[in-house]
Ligand binder design. Sequence first.
Ligand SMILES: [Fe+2]
Length: 264
Amino acid sequence: MNRDDSSAYESSTDPRCVPIRLDGQAPEGAAIPYPDYPTADHATWSKLYARQRARLSGRACREFLEGLEAMGFPEDRIPSLSSSSRVLEAAAGWKVARVPGLLHEEQFFAFLARRVFPSTDYIRPPEEMDYTPAPDLFHDVFAHLPMITHPGFADFYQNMGRCALAARGADRRRIERFYWFTVEFGMIETSEGIRVYGNGILSSYAEIEHALGAHVVKLPFDPDRIAEQEYDVSHLQPVLFVIESFEQLTQGFEAWARKRGLGR
Ligand SMILES: [Fe+2]
């Protein structure tokens, strides 16, 4: 969920952005088949990968870069979800499931709650290279999976799924905002300056440069404020939140959720 893949929570006229409900079990791990991709799809991956990889230095956080290294994605062809799932399982006890599109939020969070990341296995058409409103594997695989290899982030992500399932009404919406400003658009303070860990920024050609620019307001991590901060999926983000550490993120979310009766 991000600007690239739109959001499970925003209305859209693009049918690819209308959340779907699975009516059966999605294949997971070794059971995920590798599609017979046309050559053009591999070329799209290759171009997107090379272009975005070149933009990460000095922008992406160390944890993401280490995760990307651990994932070992091929540069010249689309990675296999089953292989990626194997890496995640060894690193953080997570698996990948293959889903056909944007999931209804309830099902999406149910996957996270049991340490499974639901990923698409198709890639954007060439005419949407710079921006696609729909979900695709470049966002899901390139941006999401590396961060999940980080054990602290992996635990936080699962807890977010659990708490979202427990939340109702306004609290569900608050968790969606939390998701947006951390998982998708989060930034972290480091000794070398502010870096990005948000997957929506990391997979977006425009957003990764924009987000670190001086014109974006960067606020200190504040769970109560994040939970009430509105956002617009259709524009580059004007306000972002910066964590001091992944421990702060994990503990801050836990404390906030507990206060609202959602967590342990
Ligand atoms: Fe996403």
